[in-house]
Write a protein that binds this ligand. Sequence first.
Ligand SMILES: Cc1cc2nc3c(=O)[nH]c(=O)nc-3n(C[C@H](O)[C@H](O)[C@H](O)COP(=O)(O)O)c2cc1C
Length: 375
Amino acid sequence: MGASLPLGGVPGESRRSRGPKTLPGQAQRRCAGRGRRTRIGGMTETAVSGAAVAEALRAGTRAPSPHNTQPWLFATRDGEIDVRLDESRVLRVCDPDGREAVLSCGAAVLNIRLALAAEGTACATTLLPDRREPLLLATLRLGAGRTPSAQDRRLAGVIAARHTHRRPFTGEAVPAAARHVLVRAAADEGARLHLLDGPGQFDTFAALLRRAEHVQRHDPAFVAELAEWTGRGDRGDGIPAAAGGPRPSSEPALSLRDFRGADATDATDATVAREYERTPLVAVLTTPGDTRRDALRAGQALQRVLLTATAAGLSASFLAQPVEVPRVRAELRSLLGGRDFPQTAWRLGHGHPGTPTPRRALDEVVTRPGTGERP
Ligand SMILES: Cc1cc2nc3c(=O)[nH]c(=O)nc-3n(C[C@H](O)[C@H](O)[C@H](O)COP(=O)(O)O)c2cc1C
């Protein structure tokens, strides 16, 4: 096989599929459909088909990202998948350091890992594999076949169903067993999930959220950037007005980001005032450090938490404002004990199915191997 799995080998997109391919660096085998396993000397080797890789990359694109910017680029080469940061899609005002964009790429990495695992392909992930290439965030080396765990299957099975839910929740409490699995999901990826149900913690968080939301809402540059990414019509990125929540009928306990923008008068139910639940479960994800590597770990943890929540029938809204405003982030850090660094926050509860947001086609996010450039 040649040196790469070329973009033209990504089936199901606007380019014509060239049929299943074996990834280079692995034994060339007849790959029907999603790949085929052969036993060699007691080991199981997998020839991963182009279709399976394309499906995994498509799963990567289902990751959440701030304002649905989708700041990732993927390339396949020598039995590996590279995940790069697309700097042109970093939000200059909301996310000047690109931390949230890196979180999003980490979330995409987890989706790719899970999609491959669910198809029976193990992969070894190296974060920041090349110092000279800071935009190369992760390389996934596709390895031997392995039997997918029930958990891999369960989480991969809800990648497409997971959405950000910005509507009112029912008020039903998140059961203790579900809280436990969410905390464990974050720990599995080297992060920590703090559930703010201690005395006063919820109220303090709500006050920090109000402050951060106030700062952002009164920053014309922030408002302009948000407007730029909201209601973009048929584009494959940004947030459709319908994905925003309805106007609250009374001051809600937690201030949600307002995506209704100029489209607020549309005939969507975003214009109908609704009562929000009083005490949703608030969770804050933290990491021991605040480097790019920490953000990549946090991104994978973020996505494992969200998929675990989805699989448990829970809904989640991001409440990232207090983490995005530096001085509020410092206070949030103190609230959590002052050691770890907050990476993102959510409200969790029982909601109704969310509105899907669009994604760009694979053609737009797959680059030539080793370059980060489109073919
Ligand atoms: C790091 C990060 C921060 C986010 N912050 C917010 C936020 O503060 N408010 C919000 O409503 N959505 C927030 N989102 C959710 C994105 O808007 C959402 O993921 C994107 O629109 C794609 O939609 P989906 O999650 O339904 O697939 C955030 C997502 C990420 C990854």
